[in-house]
Write a protein that binds this ligand. Structure first.
Ligand SMILES: *Cc1c(COP(=O)(O)O)cnc(C)c1O
Length: 370
């Protein structure tokens, strides 16, 4: 092959027979995670993100950390964990940070499940649960929600078998919205054998304003088989940076930590997480605005005839059944991107008032057929 000075040689591979390397034979059974769509020029209410960008103090911390990205991050996220320890009022040994709480869900399944063990969860719920269970060679066991979109904790407890190792309780539940009450959770946890780990997925914890709320971190300190998952992606507005945390019994935290992809919590994410906690009430005030809009949007959708469950998160659920796809594409036509679960319903993130008005205009036009 002739090589001209300054140009790399072009190598052409040719095979008479093409063979693919062997991969797992069960991959076809693992669905891919479907992210919310981003459509240029449209209002995006599909991924439960916050509309406003990071606070100036958080953006400054990220910029400062950017100057140091030639170095590997602290593999233990030590400074973030100790800031969380102070913030949550629990020891550092009961906390581990992860590359988003979804990574911690995956580490948790890997840490507690042997191949063939069962992972229980209400359904619909967070669509990552069945995927990560299968990735870990575990068996996903969905338990249908009640008709009003609440988790059926009695049915979940009834579904525990000798093979069950892990139960995800998503509260508030994504995508339907309701939260479990403390009394319901206590009755449930009292029924679950202690050898089974219960993971309280509190990705939307900061939006809860219910009467008898669950505090997953407190539960995870009080029970030997309970862990809590929280994230900086939703209320704290850091979805693009990927950082969340898990709290629970120290031994379990150590086991979950062993499953981590080394250095997966970046130095930018660690610095931003600390800055969010340092920002104190500022971020909590933003959640109050979303909560007020949540009530307004839900009421308006109910007026339009939708049976919207009471949501404790930053989204609402429209149980449209077979009309879900039609509603979703109608909204897309009005440049509002929602999240469609075909045949079940549509989840709509609560954005700022202008965005929410766009959604409500589209929903009204759906009724009038315009
Ligand atoms: C968004 C979400 C998460 C994941 O958040 P990360 O961005 O990975 O921290 C986890 N659980 C539920 C239920 C969610 O909706």
């Amino acid at each position: 092959m002739r090589k001209t000075a300054g140009q790399p040689a072009v190598i052409r591979w040719s095979y008479s027979v093409r063979m693919s390397p062997d991969v797992r034979t069960d991959l076809d059974a693992i669905p891919s995670y479907v992210p919310g769509a981003t459509v240029p020029g449209a209002v995006k209410l599909a991924s439960n993100e916050t509309t406003a960008g990071p606070l100036p103090s958080v953006a400054a911390a990220i910029a400062d950390a950017a100057a140091g990205v030639n170095r590997y991050p602290d593999i233990t996220a030590g400074a973030l964990v100790s800031r969380l320890s102070e913030f949550l009022g629990i020891p550092s040994r009961n906390i581990t940070a992860g590359c988003g709480s979804v990574a911690l869900c995956q580490q948790l399944v890997q840490a507690v499940c042997a191949p063939g063990d069962e992972v229980l969860y209400g359904w619909r719920s967070f669509e990552a649960y069945p995927i990560i269970a299968r990735i870990a060679h575990a068996v996903p066991v969905p338990v249908p929600n009640r008709a009003d979109g609440t988790l059926d904790l009695d049915a979940i407890a009834d579904a525990v078998t000798g093979r069950t190792r892990l139960i995800f309780v998503c509260t508030p539940n994504n995508p339907t919205g309701p939260a479990v009450s403390h009394a319901e959770l206590t009755a449930f946890l009292d029924r679950v054998p202690e050898r089974v780990t219960v993971a309280l997925d509190e990705a939307y914890y900061e939006y809860v304003r219910s009467e008898d709320p669950v505090d997953g971190v407190a539960e995870s300190m009080a029970r030997p088989n309970v862990v809590a998952l929280r994230t900086f992606s939703k209320a704290y507005g850091l979805a693009g940076l990927r950082v969340g945390y898990l709290t629970g019994p120290a031994d379990l935290i150590t086991s979950v930590g062993k499953m981590v992809v080394p250095f997966s919590v970046s130095s930018l994410a660690q610095a931003a997480g600390i800055a969010c906690l340092d920002a104190g009430d500022e971020l909590r005030a933003r959640t109050d605005a979303v909560v007020a809009e949540r009530t307004r949007v839900r009421d308006a959708l109910i007026d339009l005839g939708h049976a919207v469950p009471e949501s404790q998160a930053n989204f609402v659920w429209l149980p449209l059944g077979d009309a879900a796809a039609e509603f979703d594409s109608h909204c897309r036509g009005h440049l509002v991107v929602t999240r469609c679960f075909a045949g079940h319903g549509v989840r709509v993130t609560i954005g700022d008032p202008v965005e929410n008005d766009r959604l409500l205009d589209a929903a009204r036009a759906f009724v009038t057929g315009t």
